[in-house]
Design a protein around this ligand. Structure first.
Ligand code: B1M
Length: 234
């Protein structure tokens, strides 16, 4: 009985909050992985005639940025980040059709996949979520991607960034196969190439000819934004 009352009060309170407190509350709910509440908060802001792009950048991306920083600093761990990412997905599902209808500018486009021979995808999925949280459009090719599959995807989607993930010492050299093939075809400079995965490091990133090695999902978003800004500036 009291549980139900608590729930009802909470439910009503969300609706009654002024905009700034509601945004803060959505960010807290996202951090805590409360998907239903994030969806409800998103819907309330839209009912209040917020632009979908503002709901995304101020409420959802703002919340996910806090998650990203705390994940990088070891305050949050993988299960919490996945749960926050899942809550974010709830809000994104409502916003995505509205955003594409209003042609809100995306930060950039990325094609990402785990390289051939490798089926690890938890880290890549986190990167995808955080990049989407950062305003990027992400085409996720999944696992076990061959050079031909990466090429077909960049040809089709014309991304700003090609991202590759590898978790095995036996599969990470495949990143060089893909990059060498880009060089051979004369298209290497058309794309920003980012690589990541637990066994990699900065030295490896340089050795295979990537633009950058990304040690975690939050860093990937920062690096991606910086490199895109650099390209635009030049
Ligand atoms: Co595997 N596995 N695994 N595994 N597995 C490791 C990687 C291993 C280190 C475990 C160990 O032995 N200690 C070891 C590799 C050893 C090595 O290569 N030297 C290993 C092995 C050996 C194997 C098998 C060969 C085991 C076997 O069958 N004998 C096999 C290989 C299968 C294959 O791929 N062909 C295998 C299988 C599996 C499971 C299927 C059981 C499962 C994967 C499930 C899945 O992904 N859906 C699994 C798991 C879960 C792991 C560990 C335990 C955890 C990996 C993980 O998800 N980490 C791992 C041990 C470990 O790393 N501690 C291990 C959490 C994730 C958030 O971190 O992936 O590093 P991470 O991603 C980070 C960053 O690296 C970065 O951002 C992410 C988020 O912050 N990042 C990117 C990652 N990709 C990026 C791409 C970017 C940017 C950043 O693009 C721009």
């Amino acid at each position: 009985m009291s549980d139900n009352n608590d729930f009802d009060e909470d439910d009503i309170a969300l609706n009654l909050l002024p905009d700034d407190e509601l945004v803060e509350r959505i960010q807290d709910d996202l951090y805590d992985g409360f998907k239903d509440e994030v969806i409800e908060g998103t819907e309330i802001l839209l009912e209040r005639k917020w632009e979908p792009a503002d709901v995304l950048s101020k409420a959802l991306v703002g919340g996910m940025s806090i998650v990203g920083v705390d994940f990088r600093d070891g305050i949050l761990f993988v299960p919490e980040v996945l749960s926050a990412a899942n809550a974010m997905k709830g809000g994104m599902a409502i916003l995505r059709p509205l955003l594409s209808a209003t042609n809100a500018p995306s930060t950039g486009k990325m094609v990402i996949g785990t390289v051939k021979g490798d089926i690890h995808d938890i880290g890549k999925n986190l990167v995808k979520m955080m990049m989407e949280g950062g305003g990027f459009e992400v085409i996720d090719l999944g696992i076990n991607q061959s050079v031909e599959e990466f090429f077909a995807a960049i040809e089709e989607h014309k991304p700003d960034i090609l991202g590759m993930s590898a978790l095995l010492t036996t599969t990470m050299p495949y990143m060089k196969v893909v990059i060498d093939e880009m060089v051979a075809k004369g298209i290497r400079e058309d794309y920003i190439v980012l690589v990541g995965g637990a066994p990699l490091n900065e030295e490896f990133g340089k050795a295979v000819g990537a633009d950058a090695y990304c040690r975690d999902a939050a860093t990937t978003v920062e690096i991606a934004k910086d490199l895109i800004a650099l390209r635009k500036a030049s």
